[in-house]
Design a binder for this molecule. Structure first.
Ligand SMILES: NC(=O)C1=CN([C@@H]2O[C@H](COP(=O)(O)OP(=O)(O)OC[C@H]3O[C@@H](n4cnc5c(N)ncnc54)[C@H](O)[C@@H]3O)[C@@H](O)[C@H]2O)C=CC1
Ligand SMILES: O=C(O)CCC(=O)C(=O)O
Length: 376
């Protein structure tokens, strides 16, 4: 074997050493270039959204999908959902997506024979997956018109609100969200709904988004309900004098640059992988910033799309999403009692549960348990 080949193999397998499977998908005709990563199927087939982004390099896409899929394993365990962790990324500009691209992606998902279920994430919408559904049944977050549970960002936003209430309870002794100031980064599917609910409950906001129409819409909503919204540009969102930073756009927002700027008392948001790495949990703690682990807070969408396999039921989803409040309080309590970071407390909570489950059953194959045959 040539030295180059052996180096490449070692590097790739080293990078995916915690993962079960990584699939590179290429379809020249549609221009599809995608990566599907399956982290762990102890609890069931892998589940996770599909993100579309113009990654600068294949390496950047790989790093993202590996981290995101691992996060899904933890999110499924914490939310008590019988799925494993997976995620997909399509390398490309969402402005140039086509139905054919999503049909090609659907064929690759189908080729995994029930080991991976997917749906929307950043840069994709439920309508994109209507095309993918023509090729595979392993799609979740299906629009209501097609018999699914609809937009998963609704329960995700609700989960963020529960996370904010639990945090408020710990910091200020009350679940009340009014009278506090929130700095929201990203007014997309989740962030906009969080912003609307906060305004409706009498909170003050700083907001930022590169999408001008979303900013204009929230300013108009604030006018209607008599609320206060200050619009800030780009990185200014990290510097504002707010009580809570609510990241709802992209990951890695807690890093060396922002750590120095943040003046908030807590961070609670929907974005996946908010910390550049786990060590920032300690830096936040040292700085007196209470961090709500992202995968605990943003599980509402996962809860809804996982529930869909039993047939959509809003009451069931609502009940499970409410549990985010108590799970987060428990994580805060364990971190305080054991003098560890909230990241360590959340990871420990999940790893202990996973260890217990892995003793009972391991490695999902489609025919092993009938539950996932619902839409097979
Ligand atoms: N949709 C869901 O149910 C879930 C979403 N998440 C995570 O929450 C985050 C947001 O998700 P969605 O709202 O679904 O995505 P989205 O694509 O609908 O919204 C993202 C928003 O961020 C804005 N944005 C992009 N770059 C920006 C920048 N530099 N500064 C400010 N704003 C910027 C975009 O214009 C867009 O409005 C993502 O990290 C996603 O992975 C996590 C769990 C579930
Ligand atoms: O919300 C979804 O549609 C799927 C779950 C997911 O990918 C996530 O929670 O990041």
């Amino acid at each position: 074997m040539s030295a180059v080949l052996s180096e490449w193999k070692t590097d790739l397998f080293t990078q995916m050493k915690e993962h079960e499977q990584v699939v590179f998908c290429n379809d020249e005709k549609t221009g599809l270039q995608a990566i599907i990563a399956i982290h762990n199927t102890t609890l069931g087939p892998a589940l996770g959204g599909c993100r579309m982004q113009p990654y600068p390099t294949m390496e950047a896409a790989l790093v993202d999908v590996l981290r995101l899929s691992k996060g899904m394993t933890y999110k499924c365990i914490a939310a008590d959902v019988d799925f494993g962790g997976g995620k997909a990324v399509i390398i490309g500009d969402p402005r140039h997506k086509t139905p054919e691209l999503f049909r090609a992606f659907g064929q690759f998902v189908e080729s995994l024979n029930g080991r991976f279920y997917t749906g929307t994430d950043m840069g994709t919408t439920p309508d994109d997956f209507v095309h993918a559904m023509k090729e595979t049944n392993c799609i979740v977050g299906v629009p209501e018109a097609y018999g699914g549970s609809g937009d998963s960002s609704v329960p995700t936003a609700l989960g963020v609100i529960y996370g904010l209430q639990a945090t408020s309870h710990v910091l200020w002794g009350s679940d009340e969200l009014s009278g506090k100031t929130y700095a929201i980064q990203g007014l997309g599917k989740v962030g906009y709904k969080v912003a609307e609910q906060l305004l409706d409950q009498g909170a003050d906001l700083y907001v930022c988004d590169i999408n001008v129409s979303a900013v204009e819409a929230i300013v108009a909503h604030a006018k209607k309900v008599g609320g206060s919204v200050k619009v800030v540009k780009g990185a200014d969102i990290y510097r504002v004098e707010a009580d809570v930073f609510v990241p709802c756009a992209f990951g890695n927002v807690v890093n060396d640059d922002t750590m120095e700027q943040l003046k908030v008392k807590a961070i609670v948001g929907s974005a996946n992988n908010q910390l550049l790495d786990g060590s920032y949990g300690k830096q936040l703690r040292d700085k007196g910033i209470l961090y709500a682990p992202d995968y605990i807070v943003n599980a509402g969408g996962l809860i809804q799309v996982a529930d869909e396999l039993y047939g959509p039921n809003k009451a069931r989803v609502l009940n499970k999403t409410k549990a985010i409040y108590t799970t987060l309080l428990e994580i805060y309590r364990q971190a305080e009692n054991e003098q560890i970071t909230t990241v360590e407390a959340a990871n420990r909570f999940c790893e202990q549960r996973l260890e217990m489950r892995s003793r009972r059953n391991h490695f999902f194959t489609h025919k092993k348990r009938p539950k996932w045959d619902v839409r097979w």
